[in-house]
Write a protein that binds this ligand. Structure first.
Ligand code: GLN
Length: 494
C-alpha cells in the first residue's frame, strides 16, 4: 500500500475529497513523519501538529456536511519561517526575532488556510533569507536528505528556502512555501530534486512576509511536481490591497490550462549563461533539456542577454541596500530580542540588541547596504546598480520579442557539502549566477528536476518567462518533467 506521505498535494486533496482517506489520517501521517525526521534534518524551527490536526478536522467536518472543499483541503504543508503566522513563533531564523509571536497572519498563509491547508510547522531558512545553503540560520543548518553515492558527507539543501526543500524532498510535507529574492526557491529546489516556482513579482502578496529586499522578494510554491506547484500557486496568488506592489490581476487557472505540447512556441538559450568552465554534468543536463523541449514541439533558438555578467554585482548592491533599510526596524523596541546592558541609553540598547541578535552574514549585508547608500558612494554604487538593473530587464524584454520562454541550468553545481563555501561569501554568492537576473527583472521562473549528476545528486533546469506568463513556464516545466521522468528519491537514513 502506498503510504499517505508518498502522495503529493493534488493526490491528497483528491483522495480526501473522494473519501479514500480522511484529512485527519493524512495530518496524522505527516505529523509522524515530521517527528521522525526533524531531529536529523533540522528542517523545522517549530512544529505545529495541533494546527495540522485542527485544519484537518475542519475539512473532514465540511466534507461530512456536504460543504464545498477548498483547493488545498486536507493538504498539510510547511511554511517558511519568513511568513508571519498568527499565534505561532516567526523568527526569519534570526535570534533578533527569537520568541516573536505575531498577532496577525500573512496574506499568503491566510489564503492557504482558507483553501483548506494545514500547518505542520515553520521551516528553517537562511537568516532573513540571506544565503544559499541554510548555514546562516541561527537555529542550526538544515541537512539535505540527499547524499552523494558512496559519500556520507552532509550536504546543503540549498538556500534560503532550505527547510522547505529538504522537507518536500524527504516527503515529510506535501508541499511548502518558499520566498525568492535572488534564487531562494529555485536553487534549493534544484539541489533537492523538487519543483519550485517563483511567480512574476507582485503575484503573491508580501504583506506579513519578513522583508529582505522589498523590490525583489516574492513568495512561491515548492512541491513534488509541476501540477502541485500550479495548484499551490493558484491558492497563494492574488491581489492584496495591503501590499502596494501587489498585482491587481485575476489569478489564472494554471492547472486547467497545463499542457506539455509546445508546438508553436519558441525557447531561447542565452549564450552568456554558457560560462567558461561550466560543470560538465550541468552542461550536459542543459543540452538534454534542449532536446526534451524540441521533442515537445518547441523551436529552440540561441539568444543574447548581453548584460548578464553584471547581474550578480548589481544584485549584491541592491539587495543589501534594501536590506539595510528594512532591517533598521529591529531595534529592540518593538519586536523580539532586547539587550539592555546596565546603565545603557537608547543608542546603547540598539547597538547591543543588534550585535547580539543579527548573525554575521546579516551584519555583513547591513554594512554593505549602508555603505552603498551613504552620501559619498550612492551614485557610484546604488545608482549604477539600478541602471544595470534596467539594462538587464531590457535584455529580457528584447529577447521575449522572439522567444516565449528561456531555458538555463538552475545552479552551476549540484548540492555542495556543508561548510565547503561558508568561509568565503563571494564563493557562496556565485551560486546565484543563473537565478539572479530573472529576479532583477521581476520575471516568473521555475526549477524542475532534470536528473542526477555523476555523484548521484539532483540537477535542476531553469525556465524564465515573460511577465505574468507563468503558464508558459509551467507548460515547459511539464514538458521537461514528463521527459525527465525523475523518480529518484533520497535513500532514507534519518
Ligand atoms: N542566495 C541569495 C542571497 O543570499 C538569494 C537569497 C534569496 O533569494 N532569498 O541573497
Amino acid at each position: 500500500m502506498t503510504e499517505l506521505t508518498d502522495l503529493g498535494l493534488v493526490a491528497l486533496r483528491d483522495g480526501v475529497a473522494h473519501g479514500d482517506f480522511t484529512a485527519t489520517e493524512v495530518a496524522g501521517a505527516f505529523n509522524a513523519a515530521v517527528a521522525e525526521a526533524n531531529g536529523a534534518l533540522n528542517a523545522f524551527i517549530v512544529t505545529t501538529p495541533d494546527h495540522a490536526l485542527a485544519a484537518a478536522a475542519r475539512v473532514d467536518a465540511a466534507r461530512a456536511a456536504g460543504e464545498p472543499l477548498g483547493k488545498l483541503a486536507g493538504v498539510p504543508i510547511g511554511m517558511k519561517d519568513l511568513f508571519a503566522t498568527k499565534g505561532v513563533q516567526t523568527t526569519a531564523a534570526s535570534k533578533i526575532l527569537g520568541g516573536f509571536v505575531p498577532p496577525y497572519e500573512s496574506s499568503v498563509s491566510q489564503k492557504l488556510w482558507d483553501a483548506g491547508a494545514g500547518l505542520l510547522g515553520k521551516l528553517n531558512l537562511d537568516q532573513f533569507a540571506m544565503g544559499s545553503s541554510n548555514e546562516t540560520s541561527a537555529f542550526g543548518n538544515v541537512i539535505s536528505p540527499w547524499r552523494a553515492t558512496g559519500d556520507a558527507a552532509l550536504r546543503a539543501p540549498g538556500g534560503s528556502s532550505g527547510g522547505s526543500s529538504a522537507a518536500v524532498a524527504a516527503r515529510i510535507v506535501a508541499a511548502a512555501t518558499g520566498t525568492d529574492t535572488g534564487g531562494s526557491i529555485r536553487q534549493p529546489a534544484a539541489f533537492t530534486g523538487i519543483t519550485g516556482i517563483k511567480p512574476t513579482y507582485g503575484r503573491c502578496s508580501r504583506w506579513g512576509v519578513v522583508a529582505f529586499a522589498s523590490s525583489l522578494d516574492q513568495a512561491g510554491a515548492m512541491a513534488r511536481d509541476v501540477t502541485d506547484c500550479a495548484v499551490m500557486l493558484e491558492a497563494m496568488a492574488g491581489f492584496d490591497p495591503k501590499d502596494a506592489t501587489s498585482l491587481d490581476l485575476p489569478v489564472p487557472d494554471w492547472r486547467a490550462a497545463l499542457s506539455d505540447d509546445l508546438r508553436g512556441r519558441t525557447v531561447g538559450i542565452p549564450r552568456e549563461y554558457r560560462l567558461d568552465g561550466l560543470n560538465g554534468d550541468v552542461a550536459a543536463s542543459w543540452d538534454q533539456g534542449i532536446a526534451w523541449l524540441k521533442d515537445a514541439g518547441a523551436r529552440v533558438v540561441d539568444i543574447s542577454l548581453p548584460h548578464t555578467r553584471y547581474a550578480l554585482p548589481a544584485y549584491y548592491i541592491i539587495a543589501p541596500a534594501e536590506a539595510s533599510s528594512n532591517l533598521a526596524r529591529y531595534d529592540g523596541v518593538r519586536y523580539g530580542l532586547r539587550d539592555l546592558p546596565p546603565g545603557a541609553n537608547l543608542q546603547d540598547m540598539y547597538a547591543a540588541t543588534r550585535a547580539a541578535g543579527f548573525g554575521p552574514e546579516v551584519k555583513r549585508r547591513i554594512m554593505i547596504g549602508t555603505y552603498v547608500l551613504s552620501a559619498g558612494f550612492y551614485d557610484a554604487y546604488y545608482t549604477q546598480a539600478q541602471k544595470v538593473r534596467a539594462l538587464i530587464a531590457r535584455d529580457f524584454t528584447q529577447a521575449f520579442q522572439d522567444v516565449d520562454v528561456i531555458l538555463t541550468p538552475t545552479a552551476p553545481s549540484s548540492a555542495f557539502v556543508l561548510g565547503e563555501k561558508s568561509a568565503d561569501p563571494l564563493e557562496m554568492y556565485l551560486n546565484d549566477v543563473f537565478s539572479v537576473p530573472a529576479s532583477l527583472a521581476g520575471l516568473p521562473a521555475m526549477s524542475v528536476p532534470a536528473g542526477l549528476d555523476r555523484a548521484g545528486l539532483p540537477l535542476g533546469l531553469h525556465l524564465i518567462g515573460r511577465p505574468f506568463d507563468e503558464q508558459t513556464v509551467l507548460d515547459a516545466g511539464l514538458a521537461i518533467e514528463r521527459r525527465a521522468a525523475f523518480v529518484a528519491r533520497p535513500a532514507k537514513w534519518w
